[in-house]
Design a protein around this ligand. Sequence first.
Ligand code: FES
Ligand SMILES: [Fe+2]
Length: 426
Amino acid sequence: MRASKTLGSDLHEMVRSSSYTTDEWWNPEQPPRQLLPAFAYTSQSWFQREREELFAKTWTFAGMVEDVADPGDYITVESGNAALVILRDMAGRLRAFHNVCRHRGARLLEGSGNIQRGLISCFYHKWTYNLRGELQLASVPYQPELFPCLDKSHYGLHHAKVATWKNLLFVHPDPGAMPLEDWMAEIPQKLGLFKAAQKRLHDPEALVETSDIVYRVRANWKIVTENFIDGYHLPLLHSVSLGDGDFMQQKWQPAGRHQAFYRPLKPDVGKDRSYADPHEAMPVIEGIPADYGFSYQWLFPNIALSQTAYTWSTFHVIPVSPVMSLVRTRVRSAKPAGSAKMNVVRADELPSHIVSAKGFNLSADRLQVGPVHALESNNVMLEDIYACEKVQEGMGSSVFSVGPLSKWEAPLTFFQTQILDFVPLR
Ligand code: FES
Ligand SMILES: [Fe+2]
């Protein structure tokens, strides 16, 4: 049974639509085209401009609320060239600051953890701030002798802005940034499925995290992004690994600076198993038909949200260098039966393309693909990593320039338009 017949009017407008996209974005006389030059994918100078002019000027995904569940919990985040920390203060409130000591600029906190006794103490000269970012109520060593005129009220931590959508954390380096809900535009209305009563079925707050894997990709973050939003390669590179997708029926719509996609299953596919780990007995999420297919949204600049009948997940592309990215995928589902908690795979057991991995019943065996070539692996992630790395290699060629794009690649043109709004060509 097809999802559209199963749920009828419960599907949102985009999913019900019969056309790939809106007319505005599909004009055969003005087909989509590549807007970014090759050096935007290879050069250190462009990468640095993106850090300063894009990532330091936008809302970016930072993690899940459960990452900072208790008073004192913190995570550090790089938003371009802005080093930030999100923490939960002693009163239970989420706060975000620039992770920079007001004395001589040392980085205050690293990684993630819990701040003991509610005080952030700089390792260097021990200036100490409370979890509201205040210096005046904490301490400066030898202050009367060394800083007799210091007005500590002027030297609190610089504020940043934290906001949540459901249980997702977002951060912006500017405390006066536009509200997150304005930035997200109509994306929440295009997520997953709604029932007629607007009850959200794919609810990340109602699901549990079942895996958290960080991949290393030797490619620019925009190549990874463009691979994710490219509908053209799906029936070709992933003809087997995503073979049950009905690629002729895929849908795409821009929303604000973001994009929403939907792909049903082929009519003759009875049960969607391609998006669920076949080794994991994931139950169907309550209210979602097993043949739902794949709904996904690209939140500009660098995160995808995805929903299937079995999962709700984030796909976060983290720029590392002009030619290196990390991809952190966190999957949520209804809790698998019989599983106690996530286990961590030992670092020395991981294949070279995986930085870290934890999950329900996740083992090194499950992550290893052995001697099989990526293109023979029948593994969507390995196929995509291979494609991204080969495109990155080709971009370095002196003869390279992008050829014509198809309508299924219109999302790339839209994405590049957003990039150029922040980082214009000079
Ligand atoms: S740099 Fe932090 S106390 Fe000196
Ligand atoms: Fe792909």
